[in-house]
Design a protein around this ligand. Structure first.
Ligand SMILES: Nc1ncnc2c1ncn2[C@@H]1O[C@H](COP(=O)(O)OP(=O)(O)OP(=O)(O)O)[C@@H](O)[C@H]1O
Ligand SMILES: [Mg+2]
Length: 256
């Protein structure tokens, strides 16, 4: 068995897998593409032949009943669990069948995550939390903290950099969680109910920031939400039902 690699060695290994697509090809492909995804718990098919594509600069909303498999799908996209059948491709290269080590390296380098309750670490300041992905990628504390302050400022909360989690509102915390998801310039952001714990005003502010970031930085975003006001502002809306995604309708988002 190979010895476990640190994040930097793992990243070097990964570049060979994901860095071989030319910029021209990149824009001709969906950033994230899944086909024929099957995932069963025992005899129950949670995901059943699911197809999905997300382009750069596009926010795809996924809604669906509780237990329909939305979080399971995000875990498969992130390579945290493997589908029983089907394929997940990033920039046209299959990633679901790579080793755990390579999937972890791709996750660190190419994906950003936002969760319902932010999942920031209470013992760190906002800027320290936001800087974590860069620290994990081996960047110096100074460089990481400078980048953290820049991305916090871009999201309109630069003044919160030195505060602790207890000193910010829920909406500010979610924007900080978004900053952490964006700091390493990922290709894909996976967001599981990022506005689920917020009131409508705070929810709109976080969504504005996410839509603007997706469009400005050409991110492919998969956003799980129960909130039709949120889903309605995304570029594409889908419903997860019977283990598949059903397109609801398309519209241009309008970051406020
Ligand atoms: N480890 C597990 N073992 C067995 N069944 C599981 C396991 N994890 C999840 N499930 C089941 O798989 C189904 C899909 O779960 P998932 O968490 O993906 O749903 P969801 O759509 O995200 O729901 P919610 O909206 O409540 O977050 C659920 O019915 C759940 O009970
Ligand atoms: Mg869920």
């Amino acid at each position: 068995m190979t010895a476990a690699l640190g994040p930097i060695e793992a990243l070097r290994e990964t570049r060979a897998d994901v860095g071989c697509i030319s910029p021209e090809m990149r824009y001709s492909l969906a950033v994230l593409s899944v086909s024929g995804i099957q995932f069963d718990y025992g005899s129950w098919a949670v995901l059943n032949g699911l197809e999905m594509q997300v382009d750069s600069g596009q926010v795809l909303a996924i809604s669906g009943e509780s237990g329909s498999g939305k979080s399971t799908l995000l875990h498969i996209l992130a390579g945290l669990i493997r589908p029983d059948a089907g394929a997940v491709e990033l920039d046209g290269a299959r990633i679901d069948d790579l080793s755990e080590r390579r999937r972890a390296a791709i996750r660190l380098r190419r994906f950003g995550f936002v969760f319902q309750f932010g999942d920031l670490l209470p013992e760190l300041t906002i800027a320290e939390n936001v800087s974590l992905p860069l620290r994990l990628m081996g960047r110096s504390r100074k460089e990481s903290m400078n980048s953290a302050k820049e991305v916090l400022a871009e999201l309109g909360i630069g003044e919160l950099a030195e505060r602790g989690l207890a000193e910010v509102s829920g909406g500010q915390m979610q924007r900080a969680a978004l900053a952490r998801a964006l700091i390493h310039d990922p290709s894909v952001v996976l967001a599981d109910e990022p506005t689920g714990s917020l009131d409508p005003d705070a929810s709109a502010t976080v969504l504005d920031a996410l839509l603007r970031a997706a469009h400005d930085h050409e991110l492919a975003v998969v956003l799980v939400t129960h909130d039709s006001t949120v889903a309605d502002r995304c570029d594409r809306r889908t419903l997860l039902r019977g283990g598949r995604l059903v397109q609801q309708r398309s519209r241009q988002s309008q970051p406020g």
